[in-house]
Write a protein that binds this ligand. Structure first.
Ligand SMILES: Nc1ncnc2c1ncn2[C@@H]1O[C@H](COP(=O)(O)OP(=O)(O)OP(=O)(O)O)[C@@H](O)[C@H]1O
Ligand SMILES: [Mg+2]
Length: 368
């Protein structure tokens, strides 16, 4: 089902939890709502569900305006962080429950619930009570129960936050499999960038109720639209440097005496720039390079070595080849290809240039 949000807003007293969001979600897409705590993700989901009615704007399902339509008439399934299963009912009866509420005949309800139990791979546990299941199994029951009425839209609010790290990984793959198997349109709320980037067709990044960027995971990482998007994604986080113009194409890095040069045309009119350098795009080299200084910290993360290099008041994090022999106190030069540099206007924090489109070569999941 295609969904359209038009200038959607939700105010609570003096807080604007959702601020003028316009976007479309295409039939069969899995879209993540990503952002820090309190940015309005759950409120947006509640507006989609109909449990909240917006204070401004409209929601369309296909071409039908549903803004004021009650939740039970919207044909949606919901899954929450707390699985909210009925403890006294068996797994099968939990899944059957929404059908019982619809007064669907018992035999049919049972066979549809069993079909869902098979889809989420808990049919062998159908007679157990929720307390006899692991967290991941309970979440599967909650997903089956949300899907049993054949909804057109599946809404998931941080469904994996109660699971341990390994199980989270497995269950997010399961959610993607189930979503694709039945081809349902889904909106998935998370504050975990890795979760959002790994399972979604598209990510809607929010901050303070506003939509910051709405793009594929690859584009969000490769071409962040503003300073917030650049800083929210990436682990270890992106480095920001503030620059002041010396002459056309030549800048000084604030807090250092380092001069840097660019060929990028779009930045020519700016007297001040903010640039973003991803740690994995910096390379330790022998000769003088983009920036250099004293190594003040070294640690191993995964297959890479993370170093911090200081020049003047500025520190830069870089992920370098572990074969390079460096000690704290050494001097290190860091090079970067200009096309990997992200340029922002410090006055607006908006992107003004740089960044390389996704070339399919770098495995995104290594750096989130
Ligand atoms: N029923 C409510 N009444 C008043 N304020 C609310 C209500 N629900 C949410 N808010 C406020 O709206 C803002 C957005 O809340 P929301 O729950 O949507 O954030 P979130 O992105 O889901 O955060 P989290 O990641 O912590 O779950 C917050 O400032 C919150 O305090
Ligand atoms: Mg929330």
């Amino acid at each position: 089902m295609d969904i359209r949000l038009e200038q959607l807003s939700m105010r609570f007293d003096n807080i604007t939890a959702v601020d003028n969001i316009t976007t479309t979600i295409k039939n069969g897409e899995l879209v993540s709502l990503l952002g820090p705590s309190g940015c309005g993700k759950s409120t947006t989901l509640m507006l989609l569900s109909g449990l909240y009615k917006p204070t401004g704007g409209e929601i369309y399902f296909e071409d039908k305006r549903v803004t004021q339509l009650d939740a039970e008439k919207r044909g949606i399934g919901m899954v929450f962080q707390s699985y909210a299963l009925y403890p006294h009912l068996s797994v099968l009866k939990n899944i059957m429950f929404p059908l019982k509420m619809q007064k669907i005949a018992k035999a049919e309800a049972k066979s549809r619930a069993m079909e869902m139990a098979k889809l989420v791979k808990i049919d062998h546990l159908a007679d157990r009570k929720p307390a006899q299941l692991s967290g991941g199994q309970q979440q599967r029951v909650a997903i089956a129960r949300a899907l049993v009425k054949n909804p057109k839209l599946l809404l998931l609010d941080e469904p994996l936050s109660n699971l341990d790290a390994r199980l989270r990984l497995k269950m997010r793959e399961e959610i993607r499999r189930i979503q694709q198997e039945i081809g349902i349109t889904a909106v998935f709320v998370t504050h975990d960038q890795e979760e959002a980037l790994s399972i979604s067709d598209r990510v809607m990044l929010m901050s303070q109720g506003k939509l910051q960027q709405d793009s594929t995971p690859q584009d969000m990482y490769r071409l962040p639209g503003n300073v917030f998007a650049a800083s929210f994604l990436g682990n270890p986080p992106i480095n920001f440097l503030d620059l002041t113009k010396e002459k056309a194409g030549t800048y000084t890095v604030k807090g250092t005496n380092q001069q840097v040069k660019f060929g990028e045309e779009n930045i020519k009119s700016y007297d001040a720039l903010k640039i973003g350098l991803r740690p994995e795009h910096l390379e330790a080299v022998e000769e003088k390079a983009f920036i250099g200084g004293e190594v003040i910290h070294i640690e191993t993360i995964g297959r890479d070595t993370l170093i911090r290099v200081q020049q003047g008041d500025v520190t830069v994090r870089a992920l370098i080849d572990p074969k390079i022999d460096l000690q704290v106190g050494d001097t290190c030069n860091l090079a970067i290809e200009e096309k990997q540099i992200h340029f922002f206007d410090p006055a607006t924090n908006e992107r003004i240039g740089g960044g390389a489109p996704y070339d399919g070569k770098v495995n995104l999941e290594e750096y989130i």
